[in-house]
Design a protein around this ligand. Structure first.
Ligand code: SF4
Length: 479
């Protein structure tokens, strides 16, 4: 732009001198899109992978594939069934490594619906991102530090904060209602490994003690007498495993409580078995809930859990669109940052653009993987998450730029840049909070204390690793 000359005029009239001094945009038209560290549009195609390429699904018709019951009946529950799906495409070395993992490391049992298996790259199962987090192998794990010394079951202490069984009251205005302890799929890194899923050789799971009907009643009773709560995350497990009539009844009763203004239904099943959400009875129940929410002025939304761009397929988008058409306020993604799966700028932006452009799912959060036993190979250090936050800024619309968050034990979600102090040698970050959890009503120091979170030891400088080697504390696998 040319230098501006101020021409004084008593009359505010435009004179020939004013016109001559008018600035111009000399550079306009010279700007062009430059080469960027991340390139948009994506090269990735948005297509439903053809399941008939997999030996076990060669003769499966479209009608069968798109039926929820067929997907449930053929959900893979063990290595033998997995081998039948992939046949010769499954390397023997990987089978042996997964077998060893089940005996020595796994905290979740195998449960993967065909739709999800179909999003795996069958020609490179060792490196496929979906396989790496849904079907862990012994050799994926870190050889020296499979667990952090401070890892524990229920690392977020959710059950310590149960107001009634299964209702976690951690934040001032919101609660988490765990309706059930099963899912339509089991993820290797599940933060609720303490409670969710079947027993595995290493972990005997907790079980809800109170009969389901009474538990739900107690949750509703608590919310009726706790007007400070306005927001309920209805989760599990996975609500895809709650019969629709039960889900509808529970959510409908929530909407009758005047203080409840927000309901979020949490389901990874939406992307693992979208067929479930396209069933007529499920659609009818969800539609009635959306209508009642609108009448009552309650916002109802769905939260899902996608970790890899490969998992955004047309069938997922169809299920999402039907929810948006019903009036669900949004479908949002709460992914987990996982090493080797989505820990690069490219992988994260690919995923976010697939969600936004094709899935119509809002990128929302990426959580640090929690400090559960045997999760170290997946976990990132806080500074790595901070770097990823930096690397994705500016590409996505602001409202769709996900926040990288660390779920700090006894604190809750903190944006990774909110760390108060950070010892990079020992990998200990210190966090503060501005509210009391449900168990701290009488704790005078709750708001001044610093709460710790730990980076994976193998990411530390040698000195820091040595410090932890001399302080071995075995991970707590028993309750
Ligand atoms: S869907 Fe959620 S609750 Fe279920 S196993 Fe996966 S992470 Fe855990």
């Amino acid at each position: 732009m040319s230098e501006t000359k101020i021409i004084a005029s008593d009359t505010n009239k435009v004179t020939p001198e004013t016109k001559a001094a008018r600035p111009t945009w000399k550079d306009a038209g010279k700007v062009h899109a430059g080469e960027q560290p991340f390139t948009y549009p994506l090269k990735r195609e948005f297509v439903e992978p053809d399941w008939r390429r997999l030996p076990g699904y060669r003769n499966v018709t479209r009608e069968e594939w798109e039926t929820a019951l067929w997907q449930r009946r053929h959900t893979v529950k063990n290595l033998k069934e997995l081998k039948q799906v992939f046949g010769g495409l499954m390397p023997d070395t990987l089978m042996a490594s997964m077998e060893r993992d089940i005996k020595e490391r796994a905290t979740m049992s195998i449960l993967v619906p065909p739709h999800m298996l179909n999003t795996m790259e069958e020609k490179d199962l060792w490196n496929d991102p979906v396989r790496r987090y849904m079907l862990p192998a012994f050799d994926d794990r870190h050889p020296e530090w499979p667990s952090h010394p401070k890892a524990s079951r229920d690392s977020l202490h959710e059950s310590d904060m149960w107001a009634v069984e299964g209702l976690t009251h951690r934040y001032p205005t919101k609660v988490l209602a765990e309706l059930l302890s099963t899912c339509s799929q089991y993820c290797g890194h599940c933060t609720r490994m303490d409670l969710v899923g079947n027993d595995v050789p290493l972990v005997v799971k907790l079980k809800f003690q109170i009969p389901q009907k009474d538990r739900y009643q107690q949750m509703l009773d608590y919310l009726r007498v706790t007007p400070s709560v306005r927001d309920v995350v209805v989760s599990g497990g996975d609500i895809a495993n709650t019969p629709i009539a039960t889900l509808e009844e529970f959510c409908s009763k929530l909407m009758d409580i005047p203080n409840i203004k927000d309901i979020r239904l949490a389901t990874k099943g939406l992307i693992a078995i979208p067929q479930h959400f396209l069933q007529a009875d499920v659609q009818a129940g969800l539609d009635r809930l959306a209508k009642k929410a609108r009448e009552r002025g309650v916002d109802i939304a769905v939260h899902t859990h996608v970790n890899s761009a490969r998992q955004v397929t047309p069938l997922v988008a169809k299920a999402v669109q039907s929810l948006l058409d019903m009036g669900y306020r949004d479908v949002r993604n709460q992914g987990v940052l996982l090493r080797g799966i989505n820990d690069t700028q490219k992988e994260l932006l690919d995923l976010c653009f697939m969600l936004l452009d094709h899935g119509k799912i809002m990128p929302y959060y990426f959580y640090q993987c929690d400090m559960i036993p045997n999760a170290e190979h997946w976990r990132l250090a806080v500074h790595e998450a901070q770097q990823l936050q930096h690397d994705i800024m500016g590409y996505l619309p602001g409202f769709a730029t996900p926040r990288m968050v660390c779920d700090v034990p006894f604190v809750g979600k903190r944006w990774v840049n909110q760390v108060k102090e950070y010892d990079r040698h020992l990998g200990i970050s210190y966090w503060t909070k501005n509210y009391r959890t449900g168990i701290e009503a009488d704790d005078a120091e709750a708001l001044t204390r610093r709460y710790e979170y730990y980076d994976p030891v193998y990411t530390l400088p040698q000195q820091g690793q040595e410090w932890w080697r001399n302080k071995p504390v075995p991970p707590n696998l028993s309750k």
